[in-house]
Ligand binder design. Structure first.
Ligand code: TLP
Length: 372
């Protein structure tokens, strides 16, 4: 039995797709990785990863960074002047879950646009562009695909193209938080280059659904990545012989994308399997990739009860729970998780009926969201 298999037996971890542990193949690649000093751009394995992702996505260059947060925040800092605004969809990770970094690092403000199901309309984005001398000027448009807090929802290619066209007309740069761009590609049935086309920069995480232990790659033009390199150093993200991490990421890139369709199918099985559970309600139409957001009467009580029985997931607010599938949750784990979640829901809420449905998956507007 491999170390990963034994881990799966001990727990079912649906808190995030960030929780996967490196596979045996990744560990082997890490042990054998050729390394060098990446601050001098001399780590051959990192250079290979950056080049490979750049080729796959249609960009000139890439930069390996420790996290999706650093990747996004470097992009904002390179694109924007201090004091400008970043137009982004409501719930955008760059604002909601990157602890104020946009204000601290790039010195920019969010201009949130409505995005039902994570998809902003081009008219709302147009209306958000600021040019007046009396206002903070718009510095950047940023989209997120898949959109995490809307439910792991997918922004259609046509919408991305419309917003990109607007950005060109307005002479504004446009960034994609593509932490889960491969999930978007899988859900849309297109290749990763199609998801990334038309953006000035894209941040892709290797450590989410693809299964690498650490790392993201920021993609852009050679000039953009040259400037990004300085910011990575400024933020302390120059990791020296980090080829050991890139080696695992290369394995993730080889194998991960093919596995995502199974993660999406299992998220669907989880969602459908919970329909009708006492005290639980959900919007099936928001289940489009590897996430399921649920509304329940008491998220913390349910998460704690299931957690005691080895099924872990996050309570995102008083009445919202998120389940995330990944390659270390198989069909059997999904079945077991469903059994435990049903039993605990029955114990807590038998006779209560479905939870009151909230407007959006992530308890929007209650002001009490917590970190996944
Ligand atoms: N998201 C994490 C939490 O921070 C919420 C998760 O468990 O989903 N963009 C998007 C869309 C993300 O979902 C995340 C991580 C990031 C960026 C940041 O990546 P990291 O955690 O590597 O800084």
């Amino acid at each position: 039995m491999t170390s990963n298999e034994s881990l799966i037996e001990r727990r079912i971890d649906l808190r995030s797709d960030t929780v996967t542990t490196p596979t045996e193949a990744m560990r082997r690649a890490m042990a054998q990785a050729e390394v060098g000093d990446d601050v001098y751009a001399e780590d051959p394995t990192i250079n290979r990863l950056q080049q490979r992702l750049a080729e796959m996505t249609g960009f000139e260059a890439g930069l390996f960074v420790p996290s999706g947060t650093m990747s996004n925040q470097i992009a904002l800092a390179v694109h924007c002047q201090r004091g400008s605004e970043v137009i982004c969809p409501v719930g955008a990770h760059i604002y909601e879950y990157e602890p104020g970094a946009m204000a601290v690092i790039a010195g920019v403000l969010p201009r949130l646009v409505p995005a039902p199901g994570g998809v902003p309309s081009v008219d709302e984005v147009r209306a958000a562009v600021r040019r007046s001398i009396h206002q903070a000027p718009t510095g950047l448009i940023s989209l997120e695909n898949t959109h995490n807090s809307a439910g792991g929802t997918v922004v259609p290619v046509a919408v991305m193209r419309e917003v990109q066209q607007l950005a060109r007309e307005e002479k504004l740069p446009i960034h994609l938080d593509g932490a889960r761009a491969f999930n978007a590609a899988t859900a849309l049935g297109v290749d990763i280059a199609t998801v990334c086309a038309g953006f000035d920069s894209v941040s892709i995480c290797l450590s989410k659904g693809l299964g690498a232990p650490v790392g993201s790659v920021l993609l852009g033009s050679r000039d953009f990545i040259g400037r990004a390199h300085r910011y990575r150093k400024l933020l302390g993200g120059g990791m020296r012989q980090a080829g050991v991490l890139a080696a695992a990421a290369l394995v993730a890139l080889d194998i991960g994308p093919r596995l995502l369709e199974h993660d999406h199918r299992r998220a669907r099985v989880l969602a459908e399997g919970l329909l009708g559970a006492p005290g639980v309600s959900l919007d099936l139409s928001s289940v489009q990739s590897n996430m399921v957001y649920l509304q329940v009467a008491d998220a913390s009580a349910w998460a704690a009860a299931c957690g005691r029985r080895g099924v872990r997931f996050n309570a995102l607010g008083p009445g919202t729970v998120r389940l995330v599938t990944h390659h270390q949750v198989g069909d059997e784990q999904v079945e077991q998780a469903l059994r435990v979640m049903w039993e605990e829901a029955e114990r807590l809420w038998a006779g209560v009926g479905a939870a009151a449905s909230h407007a959006t998956p992530a308890d929007k507007g209650n002001g009490r969201r917590s970190t996944p």
